[in-house]
Design a binder for this molecule. Structure first.
Ligand code: SAH
Ligand code: F3S
Length: 450
C-alpha cells in the first residue's frame, strides 16, 4: 500500500484541510506514513500569511527533496494550500512535482495517483472551482491512535471578502463561499456519532457565514441560525467558533452566549491595532471605541468569557502614538491570550505599497514590548482561576506528562489533572490548585466511578 505524509503550516483552517486530505488518501487505499523519509507522497500544506511561514515550508521542502534524492526513491512531492495558490507553477522543479491550490484539495489523492503511476510527470492546478467549499468534510479522527478524538473542527466556509489591506487571504482563499446549514449539521451529527463532544466551527470570517445565501430571520444572522442548528445536535456538549470579525459581531451573536448553553464562553476576536488611524488604514471596519464596547457587551452576557486576539505591530505608518494606543487597548481589555505579529509585507496587498514602512528594528522593539504586556496580563488572568472550580472536557493524556490527563475549560484554558483513560470524553468539574504561565493544574472535584 502506498503511504502519504502531510505536514501543515499555519492556521486551524489548514489543520482541518490537511485532515480532510488525509481522510481522502485513506479512502483511496493509502496509509499514513510516520515521516517524510518513508512516505510515497509527501505534501506540505502551506501558509502565506507572513513571510516567515513561507520560508519555513520552502526550507523544509529543500531538505526533504535532498533526502529523497539521496535515497533514490520515486516520490510525489507537493505543495498544497495558500502558498501553492499564490506562487503556482514557480514551485515546480527541484523534485517538486505537484502544486495544488486552495480550491483543489479534494483532488490531491487522485492527482498523486497519476504521478505515482507515471501517467504524468508534473501537475499544477490552482484554478477556482465552484462548490469546493463543500469538499472539506471527511475526518480521519482516531485512526492511528487509540485515544478517542473528543474535539473536532468543522469547516463552514472558505474565503474572505473583507480585504484588510495587509492580508493575502482574500487572494489565496478567494471569495467567501459558505456551505449549507444542512450539510454542516450532517457532518456534526456524524462526528458526534463517532464520539466527538466538542465542535469548533471554522472559517476565515465566520461572522459573514451565509451572508448572500440565507436571509436574516427574527433578527438572527445566518451565522447565529447555524449556531442554533448545530446546538440542536443531540449528544454534542460544546460549540466553539473561529474566527469572527468584530465588525460582524451583532447583538444577536452576543445574546447567543447567554442563550445557548453549549456555546462555550470564549471568543477569539482579532483587533489588529488599538489606533483608529491604523484601523482605518488596515480597512478593518470598526473603531477602538466600538471594539471596547463589544468587549463590554460580551463580558456582560458572560462574565467568565475568555477573550483572545491577534495584533499586528509595525503596520505601515504606525507611529509611537499609534502603538501607545494599542498598548492602552490591551491594558483596558485584559485579554486571556493574544498573538502578536510583526507586520510582514505580502505580495499584491495594498499595505505593501503604502508609504512609511516601519523599519524592522522598530517592528521588533514594539513586538517585544507588546508581547511582554500581553504575557503578563494573560498570566494574571490565569492566576485568578486558582481556587475556582471549572468545567473541563477531558481530551486525553497530558502532552507534557502522559501519566496525567488534560482538557480545556469552557473559556479555553488547558487544565492538567489526575485521572484515568476512562475519563476521556467526559465533562468533569475540576478544582484549580495552581497555574503556570499557560496551564492550570487541578483536582477533579468528584471522579465519576465508571
Ligand atoms: N480572519 C483570519 C485571519 C487570518 S490571518 C482568521 O483569524 O482566521 C491570522 C492573523 O495573522 C491575522 O489576524 C493577523 O493578525 C495576522 N496577519 C495577517 N496578515 C499579516 C501580515 N501581512 N503581517 C503580519 N501579520 C499578519
Ligand atoms: Fe484577512 Fe481581514 Fe479576511 S485579516 S482573512 S482579510 S478579515
Amino acid at each position: 500500500m502506498p503511504s502519504v505524509f502531510i505536514k501543515t503550516y499555519g492556521c486551524q483552517m489548514n489543520e482541518r484541510d490537511s485532515d480532510a486530505v488525509a481522510a481522502q488518501f485513506i479512502a483511496c487505499g493509502y496509509t499514513l506514513a510516520a515521516s517524510e523519509a518513508v512516505a510515497d507522497v509527501v505534501l506540505l500544506n502551506t501558509c502565506s500569511v507572513r513571510d516567515a511561514a513561507e520560508q519555513k515550508a520552502l526550507g523544509r521542502m529543500t531538505n526533504v527533496a535532498a533526502t529523497i534524492r539521496k535515497q533514490g526513491r520515486q516520490v510525489v512531492l507537493g505543495y498544497l494550500g495558500c502558498m501553492a495558490q499564490s506562487r503556482g507553477r514557480e514551485l515546480l522543479g527541484a523534485g517538486v512535482n505537484l502544486v495544488l491550490g486552495t480550491q483543489k484539495l479534494h483532488r490531491a489523492a487522485e492527482l498523486a495517483d497519476e504521478l505515482l503511476a507515471g501517467r504524468q510527470t508534473t501537475l499544477c492546478d490552482t484554478e477556482a472551482e465552484a462548490g469546493s467549499e463543500a469538499q472539506i468534510r471527511d475526518h480521519v479522527l482516531a485512526l492511528n491512535d487509540s485515544r478517542p478524538v473528543v474535539s473536532a473542527y468543522v469547516s463552514i466556509m472558505q474565503g474572505c471578502n473583507q480585504r484588510c489591506t495587509f492580508c493575502i487571504v482574500p487572494q489565496t482563499r478567494g471569495e467567501e463561499r459558505s456551505r449549507s446549514i444542512e450539510d454542516i449539521v450532517a457532518e456534526c451529527r456524524g462526528l458526534v456519532a463517532r464520539g466527538v463532544k466538542e465542535i469548533t466551527l471554522l472559517g476565515q470570517i465566520v461572522t459573514s457565514y451565509g451572508r448572500r445565501l440565507i436571509p436574516v430571520q427574527d433578527g438572527k444572522s445566518p451565522f447565529v441560525q447555524l449556531l442554533e442548528a448545530v446546538h440542536a445536535v443531540e449528544g454534542l456538549e460544546r460549540i466553539r467558533f473561529t474566527s469572527p470579525h468584530p465588525k460582524g459581531y451583532g447583538t444577536d451573536l452576543v445574546e447567543a452566549y447567554a442563550r445557548l448553553p453549549k456555546l462555550c464562553e470564549s471568543a477569539h476576536l482579532p483587533v489588529q491595532s488599538g489606533s483608529n488611524r491604523v484601523l482605518k488604514l488596515m480597512h478593518r471596519g470598526y473603531t477602538r471605541e466600538r471594539y471596547l464596547e463589544l468587549v463590554g457587551q460580551l463580558r456582560t452576557a458572560q462574565p467568565r468569557i475568555g477573550l483572545g486576539t491577534d495584533i499586528i505591530v509595525g503596520f505601515p505608518g504606525e507611529t509611537g502614538e499609534d502603538f501607545a494606543q494599542t498598548l492602552d487597548l490591551v491594558q483596558r481589555v485584559q485579554f486571556d491570550s493574544a498573538y502578536v505579529f510583526k507586520y510582514s509585507p505580502r505580495k499584491d496587498t495594498p499595505a505593501a505599497a503604502m508609504p512609511d514602512q516601519v523599519p524592522v528594528e522598530v517592528r521588533e522593539e514594539r513586538h517585544a514590548r507588546l508581547l511582554l504586556a500581553v504575557t503578563e496580563i494573560g498570566q494574571a488572568r490565569l492566576q485568578r482561576l486558582v481556587g475556582q472550580t471549572v468545567q473541563v472536557l477531558v481530551e486525553g493524556p497530558s502532552r507534557k506528562n502522559p501519566a496525567r490527563l488534560e482538557g480545556r475549560t469552557r473559556s479555553n484554558q488547558i487544565v492538567v489533572f489526575e485521572g484515568t483513560p476512562r475519563h476521556v470524553g467526559q465533562l468533569l468539574d475540576v478544582h484549580v490548585t495552581r497555574a503556570s504561565a499557560v496551564t492550570l493544574y487541578g483536582d477533579p472535584a468528584i471522579l465519576n466511578p465508571d
